[in-house]
Design a protein around this ligand. Sequence first.
Ligand code: F6R
Length: 260
Amino acid sequence: MEVFIKPTYEEMCKVAAKLIADVVNTKSHAVLGLATGSTPLGIYRELARMHREEGLDFEHVTTFNLDEYAGLPSDHPQSYHHFMHENFFKHINIPKQNTFIPSGTTNNYRAFCQWYEQQIKDCGGIDLQLLGIGSDGHIGFNEPASSLNSRTRLKTLAESTINDNARFFENRDEVPIYAITMGVGTILEARQILLVANGKNKARAIADAIEGPVTCMNTASALQLHPSTIYMIDTEAASCLTMREYYDWVQAKKPDVPQA
Ligand code: F6R
């Protein structure tokens, strides 16, 4: 794993967007795994800017979102369908049929989840999966005590997640209790993972994910088993890391690393 600690949210988003743009530019039909929430907003803004000003081309890109609230129709203002359209897709040239987001309104969740997994396979798998992290260490909506082998499924949200996400709704009672989420096992199959986090309320979850034991109590810790994970975090989110100086040292030394 690689840990990059950036002084500001803006800088973190810039570097993360550059990594995503590199995949889009180098792979002829890149497949991106995408996240919602407040953390990736700056990344989507920067990618949209790159599209507008530098011609970053999404025409042959396919995307798979991690999750969607169960019960919210795609035009609901808090649905992740709406989020993705408003904050990213409408600002770039990606064809609508290339954007996959779990359905919040299917009448057969089990069949839908199997279909979603199959779509990912049929597209050749995810090249780069963008992840945020919950204050309880969740990735996607894989709450503590999720199986580290889990696949896309319907999941009950933890109370802490409902409380965290209540800020997006008019009142807490409106936050759905269930969501469809890619499983930890599904996420681990992506060829590259990019986890982004900012702010003090993520510091404990980040330290446990990077430096703690692999445990279902912090599902992000399963990324320790992935061969290519990048953590792009700001200084506040890095504030509980024990090995902080080492990560900075590694990044400072990078240009001198002998090439094979
Ligand atoms: C969203 C998702 C979640 C969020 C996490 C952090 O698609 O999968 O795991 O990444 O809840 O959310 P924010 O960024 O709002 O703190």
